[in-house]
Design a protein around this ligand. Structure first.
Ligand code: HAM
Length: 433
């Protein structure tokens, strides 16, 4: 085989038909969860003004600092650029404001699905182009909505066959004033011990001290034991919100893990934050992340509008499914059967090909998935191909059939054969299959 001269860019991959099944199942589960929750689909562009991301995710976040796929605008000032979306929330918020929703219809439930781009070091579970399914809800402060959002994210994974190993980790980031106070206490707490921290922690100390709390380095984890918790400075409203959110989850039968070290890597969060993990994946076990971002609509130029959402990543979800042996064999067989052709139009000789070609058109027009040979293969080879494709019916067309204006309809399961007019054979199969 000739070796390829071109390769998919590092951190990307081709999803060929034979390994697309899990992606299709994830898309189906996402649409089902969105339908149940009353979400409308939104499809914003794949790239936006770079400033949209730096303002919303935070200039100092890892994503904005190191991971943006940015394209300079031609012939314009170099600070004007576009960036391929590293996540969905910022573009959706921009669209919400631009469509005038805050004034006309502030309560919105939207979902999206599609590729995101982050210039990360490719590794297991991390790609430079990856797919997310996300939801965003605008216009409600209700802590019960927070519980619904976490529950919806869990339902997505459960629809795919995930069981009790799935873990929802929840925390609160409080309100902005709470975070300002908490930031100060964390800075004072960590400063004397900075030398003992890893390089990531030292660089994050000034940029985003909260991130020291979710460092995965063992020595840093033990250094976090006595760090001041947000709950010690959190105001009454944010505390009540958190309690009501946890009660809401309990009401839905969810038993989340309360994790004070969960802080998320993007700047826009306030109050509820959460992640869904599949612990057997180890350090990169987060399948989904989300939370409230009550200040973001205003930050991007809209009126104060509470909002919350999540995004599930397909890459790690696929890895977890692989680990669990999902989908089950029966589902794989059912999916393959759904894509397999229902009819094979077989030409006995060269002079029969045109009739087989026209018959295939008739079948497809009637909605039947139909295969036909375009490689001048013998009748025997075409039969072999029909068997390989597990096609249930073959229309055999030879000189006799053409002369009599019929096809030989062969049932490949029981071997029965019958000569009938093409239109009758087509309508019978269309009704049956
Ligand atoms: P995030 O935690 O940055 O949140 O991403 C959500 C999920 O996307 C992660 O849990 C992970 O599964 C997946 N993911 C992220 N980066 C990569 C990558 N380089 N390769 C493969 N998978 C990746 C957000 O994106 C927020 N917009 C979520 C949100 C929506 N918050 C509120 N609304």
């Amino acid at each position: 085989m000739a070796s390829a001269s071109f390769h998919a860019p590092r951190g990307t991959r081709d999803l060929l038909p034979e390994n697309l099944l899990r992606t299709l199942l994830m898309e189906e589960a996402a649409r089902e969860v969105a339908r149940r929750g009353g979400y409308g689909e939104i499809r914003p562009p794949l790239f936006e003004e770079t400033k949209l991301f730096s303002r919303s995710l935070g200039n100092q976040s890892d994503v904005v600092e190191k991971e943006m796929f940015t394209v300079l605008r031609r012939g314009e000032a170099s600070e004007d650029s576009w960036t391929f979306r590293p996540e969905g929330t910022a573009g959706v918020v921009r669209a919400y404001i631009e469509a005038g929703c805050p004034a006309s219809a502030p309560f919105q439930k939207w979902f999206y699905m599609g590729p995101m781009f982050r210039y990360e070091r490719p590794q297991k579970g991390r790609e430079r182009q990856f797919q997310q399914f996300g939801v965003e809800v605008f216009g409600s402060k209700s802590p019960l909505l927070d519980a619904e959002i976490v529950d919806g994210a869990m339902q997505f994974f459960e629809a795919l066959g995930f069981g009790p190993e799935l873990e929802a980790r929840v925390n609160t980031m409080g309100d902005e004033s709470d975070r300002a106070e908490w930031r100060q206490s964390l800075l004072s707490y960590f400063e004397p011990h900075l030398d003992a921290r890893c390089e990531d922690c030292r660089s994050r100390f000034k940029r985003n001290v909260f991130r020291l709390l979710d460092c995965k380095n063992d020595a840093c984890i033990s250094g976090n034991q006595g760090a001041p918790a947000l709950t010690t400075v959190m105001g009454k409203e944010a505390s009540e919100h958190h309690t009501a959110f946890l009660m809401g989850l309990e009401r839905l039968g969810r038993k989340p893990k309360i994790d004070g070290s969960l802080v998320r890597g993007l700047d826009y969060y306030s109050r509820t934050v959460f992640e869904i993990h599949y612990p057997p994946l180890g350090a990169r076990s987060a399948l989904c992340g989300g939370g409230r971002y009550d200040g973001l609509v205003e930050l991007l130029g809209g009126p104060p509008t509470p909002a919350i959402g999540f995004a599930a990543g397909f890459t790690s979800t696929e890895l977890a499914m692989e680990e669990m042996g999902l989908p089950a064999n029966a589902d794989v067989i059912a999916a393959q059967a759904a894509f397999a052709p229902a009819v094979y139009c077989l030409a006995i000789g060269e002079e029969d090909r045109e009739a087989a070609f026209a018959a295939a058109h008739e079948c497809r027009s009637a909605g039947l998935s139909t295969a036909i040979d375009y490689r001048n293969r013998s009748a025997k080879a075409q039969f072999k191909e029909a068997n390989r494709l597990s096609v249930p019916f073959v229309f055999v067309i030879g000189p006799d059939e053409r002369e009599q204006g019929v096809v030989l309809l062969r049932d490949m399961v029981n071997g029965e054969e019958e000569k009938i007019p093409l239109d009758e054979a087509v309508s019978r199969l269309a009704a049956e299959l």
